[in-house]
Design a protein around this ligand. Structure first.
Ligand SMILES: Cc1ncc(COP(=O)(O)O)c(C=O)c1O
Length: 326
């Protein structure tokens, strides 16, 4: 079995093609605190605390073949992230879904990366007056974005377990609330790229695997699937992968996983909305399973993920034909 060339399909097949859209939305669409605009027109006030202090919660959902995937799950996770950070979304769940749908329609993207956030807004005159904070809502849609393109997923990613950085501790920033504290992940990525690797993986302070920048980590040993139980975002693609594995009768272990387990794994992969299931080829130079390229179970899960999505699994279909009231 070989890895489905999902990117090629998205770019070339008529059922995935971008719909007609106003030139203003050529780069993408945005919704900035109450109004829609082209992506190139979108700007965040420089004194917004989301920008200044990463004082925000966000989420990302994808659209493929004109269908949102697990939109309700993303909206629910977003609500929980806001609650955990004591942030109030000025829009209801239904209004949020409408805004995201309108952005997809404006951009005409049947393959879309849909990002939104709530920040604590601008610094009020009296910081202690918690009632005076006015949360801000920003969102944008761009054509679908891949962490790992077809070429990388076909050969498998070469990853490095970060030597210089650990994932920020959950008691500092709760990783189950999707947040903008990315510096540990960003610097570990730079470390990986400087080491000629594609991606990094971070551990916690005790050496347990946590997650990768923008992605959850999985490994397969003796036909069984392992993923960390804590220290990471409860990724929607992670949840999906666990469901696919269960369907395929693969035994699952959601529990602490140490680095040596990853180095000795038969297969491994990372998961994200921005790319689905992305096979790993090597870890710290060790080729997993002694064979180059994605493993069999990973390939099967990868392909099943896209086949099921394109078959309408947990989908919310976008109606591109009705116009958006700007
Ligand atoms: C830190 C982190 N972990 C994991 C993920 C994967 O989550 P999901 O599958 O919901 O995209 C992301 C997604 O951006 C992330 O930022």
């Amino acid at each position: 079995m070989t890895i489905i060339k999902a990117e090629q399909i998205m770019l070339n097949e008529p059922a995935h093609a971008r719909k007609a859209h106003d030139e203003r939305f050529a780069m993408g669409s945005a919704f900035m605190n109450g109004s829609y605009c082209g992506l190139h027109e979108a700007g965040v006030p420089i004194v917004d605390m989301g920008f200044m202090h990463a004082d925000a919660a966000y989420d990302v959902v994808s659209v493929s073949k004109g269908q949102f995937f697990r939109l309700e799950d993303h909206l629910e996770r977003f609500e929980k992230s806001c609650e955990k950070f004591l942030l109030i979304n000025p829009y209801s769940r239904e209004q949020t879904a409408d805004i995201l749908t309108n952005l997809v329609k404006l951009a005409g993207t049947q393959e879309a990366y849909v990002w939104w956030c709530v920040t604590r807004g601008m610094m009020p005159a009296d910081r202690a007056d918690l009632e005076s904070y006015q949360p801000a809502f920003y969102a944008f849609v761009i054509p679908y974005l891949y962490i790992a393109n077809d070429e990388q997923r076909t050969r498998g990613l070469d990853v490095m377990i970060s030597k210089n950085y650990i994932r920020i501790p959950p008691s500092s920033v709760d990783p189950t609330a999707k947040n903008l504290h990315w510096m540990d992940m960003k610097l570990s990525m730079i470390e990986a790229v400087m080491g000629q690797k594609d991606w990094s993986v971070l551990t916690d302070a005790d050496g347990n695997l946590a997650e990768a920048p923008g992605a959850n980590i999985f490994l397969i040993k003796d036909g069984e699937l392992y993923t960390p139980d804590s220290g990471c975002l409860e990724g929607i693609t992670r949840k999906t992968t666990l469901e696919l594995a269960r369907e395929a009768g693969i035994p699952i272990h959601v529990e602490p996983v140490i680095t040596s387990q990853l180095l000795e794994a038969d297969e491994a992969f990372i998961t994200s909305t921005a790319g689905g299931i992305m096979p790993i080829n090597s870890v710290d130079g060790v080729v997993l399973g002694d064979t180059d390229g994605p493993g069999e179970i990973t390939t099967a899960l990868h392909n099943r993920y896209w086949e099921k999505r394109w078959g309408g699994w947990l989908a919310t279909t976008v109606d591109y034909d009705t116009s958006v009231n700007l």
